[in-house]
Design a protein around this ligand. Structure first.
Ligand code: HEC
Length: 150
């Protein structure tokens, strides 16, 4: 079956339009970024336990979780559009949009260290992996200290 070109393009335009409209809605954006952080925590917590020695170090599991962490860190690039600091319950502080360049630099720090964590985890070197994990965790704290309400 052949669709008239205009119908196809109209349908595509409507679909894209509704996505953009959704992106502008604060609860949609805020829910998205909190969801990403929830997935981050899901993978982060078992790594904390391994680093603390509460669970035996498992290189394969650690690599899997570090790979997810690195992937998820990049999903935050789209999570702070202008105007998404209010409109739904959020712990994101206004400073994020007042000094957006610094905030994005802190996000980049996290992305760089999370990637380094994946790379070192793949080598199976327990000591270096744990060291890099502590460094990565430091980038979470560095951002939370300034940009997240306690
Ligand atoms: C560039 C800044 C930044 C970095 C880096 C960052 N966070 Fe956050 N985090 C925030 C902000 C801002 C919020 C609040 C988001 C909101 O409520 O809208 C948050 C919220 C959270 C939440 C609560 C999510 C919820 O609502 O349930 C968790 C958990 C979390 N972060 C964990 C982490 C961990 C673990 C790392 C590092 C592996 C990390 N974050 C790195 C800025 C950051």
């Amino acid at each position: 079956m052949k669709f008239p070109r205009t119908l196809v393009f109209t349908t595509l335009a409507l679909a894209a339009g509704s996505v953009l409209a959704h992106e502008m809605k604060p609860d949609f954006v805020i829910g998205y970024r909190q969801g990403v952080y929830k997935m981050i925590r899901w993978n982060f917590a078992p790594m904390v336990e391994m680093v603390k020695g509460e669970h035996p170090f498992d290189a394969a599991q650690f690599t899997r979780r570090a790979t997810r962490l690195s992937f998820l860190s990049h999903q935050l690039d789209e999570a702070y559009p202008p105007g998404s600091g209010e409109g739904a319950p959020t712990d994101a502080l206004p400073a994020i949009w007042e000094d957006h360049a610094d905030f994005m630099a802190k996000l980049k720090d996290f992305q760089r260290e999370a990637r380094a964590l994946r790379v070192v985890a793949e080598t199976g070197d327990e000591a270096r992996t744990k060291e890099q994990f502590v460094k990565t965790a430091g980038t979470c704290k560095a951002c939370h200290d300034t940009y997240r309400a306690e």
